[in-house]
Design a protein around this ligand. Structure first.
Ligand SMILES: C[S@@+](CC[C@H](N)C(=O)[O-])C[C@H]1O[C@@H](n2cnc3c(N)ncnc32)[C@H](O)[C@@H]1O
Ligand SMILES: Nc1nc2[nH]cc(C(=O)O)c2c(=O)[nH]1
Ligand code: SF4
Ligand SMILES: [Mg+2]
Length: 223
């Protein structure tokens, strides 16, 4: 079990993307990613050998400090955070951040879904990639789906993957089916790609069950 994790950075900011945009959050960015998206904005995180292995205990001390300063949830991102087994990390966070007058801090994850699930989360942002689709598990277990739009093929991918998810719901009981209403669907333009922006806007105009997600932190020039 993993008691040390390679850490690129940690920072307290506002969640810039998706459903929780604008909310105070503490981020940990784990190193390592072999998914290889051409437009990835965190390529510096891909090589985990470049980053120090940090004890989980130390990461949790930082989470506790950020929570005292107002962070209302933790976002685990990367790199691809689920390249690592996060069972121990999540278990320890839940244990160490719960007190008699306080629930454990909520844990969110940003993932492409290419690995087996590990850890436990209050919010799963699934950002599947066309060239390396996610494990089936994630198609039933996510809170928001966030497709990055870089070219027209990404629009087709968004339509296809949502259809695949809807087909799965048809096999669920009516009680389970109820939960599908809670899921959010976002398209997010690839940063600084004008074609991606116009494709995304046109798509949302014509497909109102999809929402626009912008990387607001980049406009604000904050982390
Ligand atoms: C850097 S990734 C890390 C988490 C995980 N590897 C993943 O892709 O979901 C965090 C989020 O940023 C998105 N992203 C990465 N590069 C982007 C870019 N150039 N423009 C817009 N979104 C981007 C990813 O799709 C993902 O939703
Ligand atoms: N402010 C801010 N919000 C974010 N939401 C997802 C991010 C990520 O890189 O995973 C991110 C990030 O890097 N910064
Ligand atoms: S999966 Fe995430 S971190 Fe990895 S290359 Fe793609 S966007 Fe970047
Ligand atoms: Mg980012």
């Amino acid at each position: 079990m993993t008691n040390f994790l390679p850490l690129v950075e940690k920072f307290h900011s506002l969640q810039g993307e998706g459903f929780h945009t604008g909310q105070s959050a503490f981020f940990i960015r784990l190193a390592g990613c072999s998914v290889g998206c051409s437009w990835c904005d965190t390529k510096h995180s891909w090589d985990k050998e470049k980053y120090p292995l940090i004890p989980i205990k130390k990461i949790i001390d930082e989470i506790k400090k950020a929570r005292k300063k107002g962070a209302s949830f933790l976002v685990i991102t990367g790199g691809e955070p689920l390249h690592h087994n996060l069972d121990n990390l999540c278990q320890a966070i839940n244990k160490e951040t719960s007190e008699k007058d306080q629930n454990p801090i909520k844990i969110h994850i940003e993932t492409s879904g290419v690995n087996k699930m590990s850890g436990n989360y209050d919010w799963i942002t699934l950002s599947p990639k066309r060239h390396l689709p996610p494990k089936t598990y994630f198609l039933e277990n996510f809170n928001e789906l966030k497709i990055i739009i870089n070219d027209k093929k990404d629009i087709d991918f968004a339509i296809d993957i949502k259809q695949e998810i809807m087909n799965k719901y048809q096999n669920l009981s009516s009680k389970d089916n109820f939960y599908k209403l809670d899921k959010k669907y976002y398209v997010q333009p690839a940063w600084e790609n004008a074609r991606g922006f116009s494709l995304t806007i046109d798509f949302v105009k014509n497909n109102p069950e999809w929402n626009l997600s912008l990387q607001t932190h980049k406009y604000l020039k904050i982390k």
